[in-house]
Design a protein around this ligand. Structure first.
Ligand SMILES: [Zn+2]
Length: 475
């Protein structure tokens, strides 16, 4: 080795050593942005591992390691460490079906049949109030409620969905957002051509975004013509955008389809190749056993909305059969006007209990199965299982820290039983989405609760006037 080569070797060795100098303590640690330390980690990975005194290391918005706190301490140094000792760390909950701006219609009219509820209240209230500003205000309200209850991803269908995407991205929340296509003039688009042009721009604007998946949302097979549904299918094939749609929500929808089209909604849609693994179908209350087999074969995602289906008396979806055949079925709240909240905790609890009483069998839909529907199976329903739904190395860092010490959780014996049957929204402490803390110790960091409530009350006053809502006590 000559003098120059030796000098180069010395410099190179120095540079190499400088980059692996231990950051603190003993051993060589990788520095990460965030470590969630010392909690009971409910991973929902393939073996449903639950790690006591576990930690999660997060870098670049993704989970880079999950394990015992002692192992993570040995290998990683966090720029920030959140203490989760005595708490549960779960994958962020997934609300598979919402109409998020409708949160402003929460409680506008209850205890009516679907037709009266829609025609006397919801449609007039929408016609007189839905503007881009309304949508933004309602979205911020819904986002705040969802984050405070541990939801990190939601799937939506409404109007002005580009504004919803904007608000969602600003709040740091993840979503699949479907712009509505429907065969009558609505608040943002008056014709099908306008709606398709809107969707084209909307999908290309958000392409590649880390939080937002822009989608197209034909309302239902009975409100969108076959030609328009075929155009939606072609759009999805060309752009890769998911399709969000309501299918087989009520018995009447199925009966009408058989009368008008000669077959059920599922078979009708399948006749022209509409159904595939890009479709996210809300409700699916009335499929036949053969149709469930077809939906599984085609890879259609399904979202079960137990509380909305109960409140509107739509029926009971065959969820035990869906689970038995391992269909990708998630949970949704539907719009707050038919629920009337956006809590996945209530939805899990209701799903587990509704099917027990309906099947007269307490063994169907276990606590673990209900929790799966709100996490990893819900991720499959949205076709996002490679990215979210479990706490695993390589996945997006969407995590929720839940208290385990409140009176309603004391004592606890089984973590899934505690999470599904005992825990409530108020037990959620801290929420992390894409590695960013969006709620810390119940304080929202990306949304202003005071302004959100004031804005919502301003709209309430307008809605009461325009629709003639009967308030109690009277205004
Ligand atoms: Zn819906």
């Amino acid at each position: 080795m000559n003098r120059f080569a030796l000098a180069r070797f010395v410099v190179a060795t120095f540079v190499l050593c400088a980059s692996i100098v231990p950051s603190e303590g003993q051993g060589r640690k990788t520095t990460v942005e965030l470590i969630i330390r010392g909690g009971t980690v409910v991973t929902m990975d393939g073996s449903r591992r639950v790690i006591q005194s576990g930690s999660v290391a997060i870098k670049g918005g993704r989970i880079i390691a999950v394990g015992k706190a002692s192992e993570i301490d040995r290998d990683y140094a966090g720029r920030e460490v959140v203490d989760a000792a005595g708490k549960v760390v779960i994958p962020g909950l997934i609300n598979g079906h919402t109409h998020v701006p409708m949160t402003l219609f929460r409680g506008i009219a209850d205890d009516l049949d679907l037709q009266e509820w829609l025609t006397k209240y919801i449609f007039p209230a929408e016609a007189k109030n839905v503007t881009e500003d309304f949508v933004r205000v309602g979205t911020r309200l819904g986002l705040a409620e969802m984050i405070r209850s541990g939801t990190t991803t939601y799937c939506d269908m409404y109007y002005f969905e580009d504004a919803i995407a904007d608000e969602t991205f600003k709040a740091g929340m993840r979503a699949v957002l479907g712009e509505t296509v429907i065969d009558f003039p609505v608040a943002d688009n008056k014709t099908n051509a306008e709606a398709m042009a809107y969707v084209e721009k909307f999908v290309s604007r958000w392409k590649g975004n880390s939080l937002i998946v822009a989608a197209i949302a034909p309302h239902a097979p009975y409100t969108v013509s076959e030609d328009h549904l075929k155009a939606v299918r072609a759009f999805s094939d060309r752009t890769g955008a998911p399709i969000v749609i309501h299918i087989s929500e009520t018995k009447r929808e199925v009966d009408d389809s058989i009368k008008d089209k000669g077959t059920s909604p599922v078979n009708y849609l399948n006749r022209f190749g509409f159904l595939n693994d890009k479709v996210i179908a809300a409700h699916m209350v009335w499929p036949t056993a053969e149709e469930l087999g077809l939906l599984k074969k085609l890879g259609v995602g399904i979202v079960h909305n137990p509380q909305s289906n109960m409140k509107l008396a739509s029926g009971v979806a065959p969820v035990p059969q869906m689970l038995k055949h391992d269909l990708p079925v998630g949970l949704g709240t539907d719009g707050a006007a038919s629920n009337n909240d956006l809590s996945l905790w209530e939805e899990m609890d209701t799903a587990a209990k509704l099917h027990k009483v309906f099947a007269k069998d307490p063994k169907v839909v276990s606590a673990l199965e209900a929790f799966e529907m709100a996490t990893i199976r819900g991720a499959r329903a949205l076709h996002l299982e490679k990215e979210i739904g479990s706490i695993e190395k390589g996945k997006r860092a969407d995590l929720v820290i839940v208290d385990l010490d409140d009176l309603n959780q004391t004592p606890y014996y089984n973590i899934y039983s505690d999470l599904v049957y005992s825990a409530k929204s108020g037990d959620v402490r801290t929420v992390i989405i894409e590695g960013r803390i969006v709620m810390r110790d119940r304080k929202l960091l990306t949304l202003n609760e005071v302004t959100i409530k004031a804005d919502a009350r301003r709209y309430r006053a307008k809605i009461v006037q325009t629709v003639g809502v009967k308030t109690l006590p009277e205004d």
